[in-house]
Design a protein around this ligand. Sequence first.
Ligand SMILES: Nc1nc2c(ncn2[C@@H]2O[C@H](COP(=O)(O)OP(=O)(O)OP(=O)(O)O)[C@@H](O)[C@H]2O)c(=O)[nH]1
Length: 428
Amino acid sequence: MIAALALSLLAILGLEFMPDRQLDLLAPGAVHNLFLASPAPAGAGSPVQWVDARRRHWRCHYTAPAPYEPCGITLMLSGKDPARGVDLTRLRTLELDLAYRGSSPHVRVAIRNFDTRFSRAEDANSPRIHTIHLRSRDVQQPVVLDLAELTVPEWWIAQYNLPREFNRARLDNATSITIDLPSELAGHEQDLELRRLVLRGDWFNRDVAYLAVVCAWMLGAAAIAVHRGTALRRRYRSQQREIDALTARTSALREEQDRLRRLATIDELTGVLNRRGLEAALEDLESQPQGVALVLLDIDHFKRINDRWGHTAGDEVLRRVAAIVAANLRARDVIGRWGGEEFLIACQGQHVEDAAHLAEKLRESIESSCIDAKGRFGITASFGVALAPPGTSAQRAFKRADAALYRAKSAGRNRVEVDTAHDAATTL
Ligand SMILES: Nc1nc2c(ncn2[C@@H]2O[C@H](COP(=O)(O)OP(=O)(O)OP(=O)(O)O)[C@@H](O)[C@H]2O)c(=O)[nH]1
């Protein structure tokens, strides 16, 4: 940025303080030809004579009035090709130092510009002429003309009768510069010496140069904006990728956490809730307004199965009992293994009679099921049923269900005992 500022400053300073382009038309080789205008071929009898051609010093002396009294010097800017001149559009001034002694009140400066749209090589007057008349006394000392002061004279416009746009002053192909005297000269001697004729101006179009500086800045700014935009987009994409990766990782972790939580609350052997899962479920149910009926199931003489048929058979019995119970429950009922061969069923919003009925149904199913796949033995289970009405402790209801179960065991097993002394009502 600092370098760009410094460069711009340098460019502006260069534009402002760069030395002018200078075209010294009297320097050797600066023009292709330089000659005096004369009514007759130059010679001893001509009224126009060089005094010192090297110093561009000449004299005119017309003794009697004549229709054509030229007394001037022409510098040819075009070479062999008369249609090919010099572009003066970027030159601003013309410095003229002319020593003149004579009778003409004015000195004329004329520049011809060849325009291919209408100028003809065979017609020396057809290149558009641009003139200015200077008072003779004003050219006693060096004078600086602005080229914009030169205008296309009416006589030339009238003579060629061209469309308006062709009559505008324009020096893009100047072919000659003439310094002469526009007045009648007869009877007086005219003495002229052209000492200096210099064109000055810019090397290039300043407006374009300033525009180039502004464009360079705009391009630079656009390039920086595009670069920053690209970098920002890249950064955004990379951050987006990181966010996506983090989101994926978070959801994977959440899934893993859910899986572990499930595992922590599920009984590995039977696939139903374990004691921790049951406790959490009971806590949840306790807070519900409907109350909950509890059914405690204990397999009868389970130890014997283990002892007789082995632990694997015992495990299989536990799995089958869990499956039988699960198959008989509603979607919102909960089953879990409380421990050993004991299962707890929690039925939300159910009457104690319905719970007892469910227990009876389960009892029959277990008794009638062929629990051992090999058909070696059957099993029975005892049930204790209790109700935790809305707003009462499920824990206390559990104790009552356990007591009812104990009664069922004591009464000979394979039976359902219902707690009747629960906290509030016997039914929901
Ligand atoms: N196979 C197997 N046995 C288990 C498991 N958990 C506990 N047990 C066994 O279950 C038996 C429970 O025996 P007890 O508490 O005497 O009860 P029971 O034999 O069913 O007698 P009652 O309940 O009075 O009818 C014990 O032998 C435990 O080792 C288990 O996950 N798998």
